[in-house]
Design a protein around this ligand. Structure first.
Ligand code: OAD
Length: 258
């Protein structure tokens, strides 16, 4: 029986700069469906790829805006699980701990992780579709998403174009500053955890490859096999909310034993 906690702690032994790359599976146990879970309820008839594009928004702004508003309200109600809450405690163990997330739900920021790079944007940020003027999300806090999911997007205060979510849509580049920070962290790290991602979407899925190419240990935490599993130094078949608290406790005890 493999002691995955020990395997992982030994793989990270001596690491000083660690990257934690997270995907939708990290929020699964906080009640936020993974990206490739079948969409539920009124969204069941849509495919995320059909909603998460600029052309879908221009074609049907009310349905796309309603979906993001619904996801934003879900994220605001979500409670980060124990796996989220232990990450800030590791901020104090490592010289640098960078959370590079593909998630847009804001939960890493919610628990107070010190360095969070949001590669795919954030549900908390809205902006004008055309002039990019920011739109304060608090103005949407009381907007209700009706049964049919359609919510007409508000108009930009500056140019009257529709307001869009501050999320990276399919076909759009990852924000250059976020990508640069994520790549630099992957190039500089001496340990990487990859938690809850199918490792199918680039450039995020490149980060573990960069680390592995530099001989850096990459530990995957995922109940299912993924495109990364065969290459990972350690591929731990476990849920984030179980693995991360156990690992954090072992790492902190290892530090205090020194
Ligand atoms: P996916 O839905 O592709 O993958 C989620 C992964 O989490 C799967 O491998 C699941 O097995 C795993 N998983 C499920 N429950 C878990 C748990 N409790 N603990 C740990 N892992 C669990 O989501 P992502 O890989 O994040 O991009 O998708 C990456 C990107 O694809 C998304 O950010 C989105 C999409 O295109 C954009 O929207 C730009």
């Amino acid at each position: 029986m493999i002691d995955w906690v020990e395997e992982t702690a030994q793989a990270l032994e001596g690491a000083r700069r660690v990257v934690v790359l997270t995907g939708a599976g990290m929020s699964q146990d906080s009640g936020i469906p993974t990206f490739r879970d079948a969409l539920t309820g009124l969204w069941a008839r849509y495919n995320p790829e059909d909603l998460a594009t600029e052309s879908a928004f221009r074609r049907n702004p009310a349905i796309v805006f309603g979906w993001y508003l619904w996801r934003w309200q879900l994220a605001r109600r979500a409670k980060p699980h124990a796996g989220y809450w232990v990450l800030p405690s590791l901020d104090r163990v490592y010289e640098e701990l960078v959370i590079a997330t593909q998630n847009v739900d804001g939960l890493h920021r919610r628990v107070g992780s010190r360095t969070v790079v949001e590669l795919h944007g954030s549900l908390d940020s809205f902006r004008c579709l055309d002039c990019a003027h920011p739109y304060d999300a608090r103005r949407l806090a009381r907007v209700r998403v009706p049964e049919d999911g359609a919510v007409e997007p508000p108009l930009c205060d500056e140019c009257k174009s529709p307001i869009r979510p501050g999320i990276v849509w399919f076909g759009e580049p990852v924000p250059t500053d976020a990508l640069a920070r994520g790549c630099q962290a992957a190039e500089m790290c001496d340990g990487m955890l990859v938690v809850g991602t199918s490792a199918l979407v680039y450039p995020a899925a490149d980060l573990p490859t960069v680390a592995l190419a530099a001989g850096v240990p990459v530990i995957e935490i995922n109940p299912d096999r993924t495109a990364l599993s065969s290459r990972a130094t350690v591929s731990w078949r476990e849920r984030a909310k179980v693995a991360l608290p156990a690992l954090a406790q072992r790492i902190r005890s290892g530090v205090s034993a020194r």
